[in-house]
Structure formats: C-alpha cells, structure tokens
Design a protein around this ligand. Sequence first.
Ligand code: CTP
Length: 474
Amino acid sequence: MASLTIRKLDDTLKAYLRLRSARNGRSVEEEIRVILRDLAEGGPEPTETPAAGSVTVTAPVPRAASVASEPRITLIIGGGIAAYKALDLIRRLKERHIQVRCVLTRAAQQFVTPLAASALSHERVYTDLFDAESEFDAGHIRLARDCDLIVVAPATADLMAKMAQGHADDLATATLLAANRPILLAPAMNPLMWNNPATRRNVLQLRRDGVHTVGPNAGEMAEAGEAGIGRMAEPVEIAAAADRMLRPLLPRPLAGKRVLITAGPTHEAIDPVRYIANRSSGKQGFAIAAAARAAGAEVVLVTGPVELGDPQGISVMRVESARDMLHRVEAALPVDVAIFAAAVADWRVASEGSQKLKKTAAGMPPLQLVENPDILATISRLKEKRPPLVIGFAAETEHLIENAKAKFARKGCDWIVANDVSPATGVMGGDRNTVHLLSREGKEVTVDSWPVMTKEEVATALVSRIARAVGTAS
Ligand code: CTP
C-alpha cells in the first residue's frame, strides 16, 4: 500500500488539509482517509462536503475551482474613519471564499481609494450613480440584486438616516433602496451620534425593516480622549456575521444543548480607581460563543470587561471580578457544556481600599494578595450539576505542552485547549491563534495540534469537536 508524506504535498494543499481536518475535529491523517474513502465510495467530492456533524461552512478549496459556487457580497463602504478597516474586511471575506464587489460613497473615498478596494477584491469598484459605463444597464439594480447579501461597513449615521428615510441620491443609497437581498450594517460613529435620539430612531426603524446589524462595540474613538459605544465591529466579527447570514442552513448539531462560556479578563479592584487586570481581549471566548450559537446551542456567555458588543442571540452577562464570574457561572448551571476561555486573575488584594490609596511618607502601601477561586477547577469537581463536558484553556508563555498537561491533570476538566500567549505570538488581543487540544483516551493524554487559524476558525473547529462529543452529530 502506498504511503503519503504530508511534507511532500504542495503548500496550498497542505494548508487546506490542515484547516479542513481541524475544522472537522480530526487528525490530518484521519481526514485524508475520509477523503479517500468518500472518493472510493463515489461519495461527495472532498472539496464540497464537510464531514457529518461538522459545522464547517465551506471547505477552503483553491479559488479557481470554487468561484462559481462562492457566495457574493456587495460591500458598501461608507465615509467614516473606520472605512480603512473595510479593506481588512474585504480580506477576511475573501478568506472565507466570499466574492466581494465594492461600492464606495464619495465620503468613503476621502479615507480609502477605489484602487485599494479593487486590488483587494479583484473586482471593479463602483463609485458613481451616473457612471455611463455601469449604468447603461442600470448598474445600481445589478449591484443590489446580483449578490447574496449587502454589507454596509462602516454604516455611518448619515447613511443609516438616508436608508431609514428611503433616500436614493447616490449609488450607495440607490443600491440599498433597490435591494431585495438581506442587508447587514456595521455601524460606526462617535458615541454621542450613536446615542442621539435621531440615530436611535433610525436604527430601530431599520431593524423593523428587517435590516441586520453587527456592533458597534465599545472602545476608544478616533477623536482623542473619547470613548463609548460606536466603534465599528472588528472585520473578523463582521465577516463571521456575514458568513452566518449567507450560510444559514448549517447543520445544528448543538440544537437543544445549553453551553456556558467564560471570556475576557477579570478586574480585581485595589481601590475605587485601580485594579489588577491582564491583556485578554475576549475575542476567542466571544468567537466560541458565536460558533456554538450558530451550531444551534442556547448560549450563556459570562464575560469580564471587554470592548466587544453582545453577539446576537446569546445571553451575555458582564462581570468584573473572578468572584462575580464564579457566581454567574454557578447560577447558569446546569449546562451540557462549559468552556472556560476567560483569563481569570489568579489573585486579588486581601482588602480592597474603600478610598483611593494615597502616597505616604512611609512609601508604597503594602499590597497583600490572596488567591481567587479557581472557577474551572470548582466546576470540574462539582458532585451535582457538573456539566457532562468541561473544557479549560491553558494560556502559557513557555513549555506549552508540558505546562498544559500539568494543568490538565490539576484542573479536573475533560479537555484543555492550550495556546501560547507570549507577546511574540500576538495571540493576546490578536485575531489569530494556534491551539493544541488535549483530551484523554483512557489514561493516555492525546494532543491534537491545529494549524494557525483565525479565532473564528478555532471556535468553529472546537464547536465541531464538541458537537461530535455531545451533540446530535455522529
Ligand atoms: N481559570 C479559572 N479560574 C481561575 C484561574 C483560571 O477558571 N481563577 C481557568 C481559565 O479560564 C482557564 C484555565 O483555568 O480555562 C487555565 O487558566 P490559566 O490562566 O492558563 O492558568 P492558571 O490556572 O491561572 O495557572 P497559571 O497561572 O499557573 O498558569
């Protein structure tokens, strides 16, 4: 029997196999076996059908082979400072094998050039309602209809006001008014504009009209010193939301299951103005919550302080400290699956100052630390209400697998997702992650190493694995 060495395959095929196997929760070798078996049985082409029970939405096939079946988005880029992020959004959509055709408003062109959008989308970019070349056959109608979804990012206050009123005085608004496709808006504006009663009314009206939204998130504004809700959702979040709208007929292997997820850092107060924290962004936990929801689960997300908006359809509880997080987690039980992705602070100060600690002649005030409850270990060791599947994370900066194995033994959970969070990896706060899934086969610990993926892809692969363990998938 011939044997196959993965190192000898070309890079595109290798990347495809790694991603596909991770998404389907198999080793690469196992995945190749499934592909070959399907072929031998005259079953589905390996590039088209994810494995049974997989929540994978598309296989990452080389572009040329799949273009005809790729969904298409008309991306309307509005005129705001967040427009520069729309270029990254194009890239993120293309990564998901979605074709993108861009419309830039006149104001958007102050922030990004049609050339940049065209280079990234590999398509002609549209800017003008009265462009003889594209309007000879009513181009705005084509842009509105010859797509599966219209995404507006950034959706400015002005653009949303025009949409709510049905204006059509430029190519973007004419396209939106002529649309008979679903519309997804990624609002972005100053917090005062977002909270203005006029914007509130317009958003409400648009939602009543069936328009979907993603974000905005809380965070720093481009305007120095301003913060609040109004920041455009991150390109990866918008791409994931668009993907979910484009491919809603996914299998729902976690339907009827209740999944609990912790995310983000915790803040441990030192006094009324200071706290102990860490650099966790919450992105990985939020992505897992969204993927579990997409797989049909009822999801409870308990998160520490992060700058991410509530994902749609998920019950979100925002907490500050480790002790608050533990209370919320206990209150959310029973669940079928609990995933502890939060970077919980290990310590808090023994006695929190009721007033701001002052500098004194005696020097630094002594800070005595006490250990926080270990939420993962507490839930793993419950006699009653222990979730059937408890998954922890191991955030390490050295000896990744060795430390993760020790943590796995210590915590009493069923799986551990190990990731290297040392600064050089960019995992903390970044959009990508390289993880290793530790589980047990009898007494043996097995380590499944996945390739570098976006945090959404890691989430999808993990949820796919969970579905195989506890869901209706085989
Ligand atoms: N965790 C938890 N409660 C804590 C500390 C950690 O629930 N007080 C969970 C995390 O959510 C994660 C796992 O335990 O799922 C491991 O967290 P990590 O920060 O990697 O390790 P620690 O337990 O803090 O151990 P160490 O600081 O020694 O690495």
